[in-house]
Ligand binder design. Structure first.
Ligand code: SF4
Length: 176
């Protein structure tokens, strides 16, 4: 049963695996609240404005359920932009998943760069090692396991909840 669900694993679910299993489950079950979140909207805006003048260099690549917005085919580099002042493991995991999927398409030496405009810095993501590939295959299995749960995992009660688009859903009635 797990292998069937694994085919629906996306980079977003991989990122949520590194953020909150409840968020992963809600998103995978088509319970979406992103449109209500200013944080998400601002994140999209940064992506658009930061790359506005450089868009010629990049192509959008979409295959096997993965959509990479900014891929430099000559340098074989994935570019990802993140807002905010935190460098999160989820960001790196998302880009590593892109590299993993590119590798499955025969592009084994692709690398990534995560740009943080608010911090004025960028983080390189090196090409995957064999150990990375094994680790990421494990992430896929874990995503499939969580998605297959019959019940939504519990609220995690972490600081990230305050910036999460599911905050209202998770904390309804908490003050009462
Ligand atoms: S509000 Fe917190 S518990 Fe709820 S989905 Fe978001 S991160 Fe997870």
């Amino acid at each position: 049963m797990a292998t069937q669900i694994t085919s629906h694993v996306t980079a977003t679910l991989i990122a949520y695996l590194h953020t909150c299993p409840r968020k992963l489950w809600l998103h995978a079950h088509e319970i979406r609240m992103e449109h209500t979140s200013d944080i998400v909207a601002e994140g999209k805006l940064i992506g658009e404005t930061s790359y506005g003048r450089r868009a010629d260099k990049y192509v959008q690549v979409e295959f096997d359920g993965v959509k990479i917005d900014f891929y430099d085919p000559r340098a074989r580099t994935v570019h990802e932009t993140k807002r905010g002042r935190a460098v999160e493991s989820a960001h790196r995991a998302q880009v590593q998943y892109y590299l993993y999927k590119l590798r499955q398409q025969g592009v084994a030496d692709a690398s990534g760069v995560i740009e943080y405009p608010d911090l004025r810095r960028s983080e390189p993501v090196p090409p995957l090692t064999e150990a990375d590939v094994e680790t990421i295959a494990g992430w896929e299995r874990e995503v499939a396991r969580i998605v297959a749960l019959e019940q939504c995992p519990p609220v995690v009660h972490k600081p990230i909840c305050k910036q999460c688009s599911y905050y209202d859903l998770c904390y309804i009635g908490e003050e009462n």
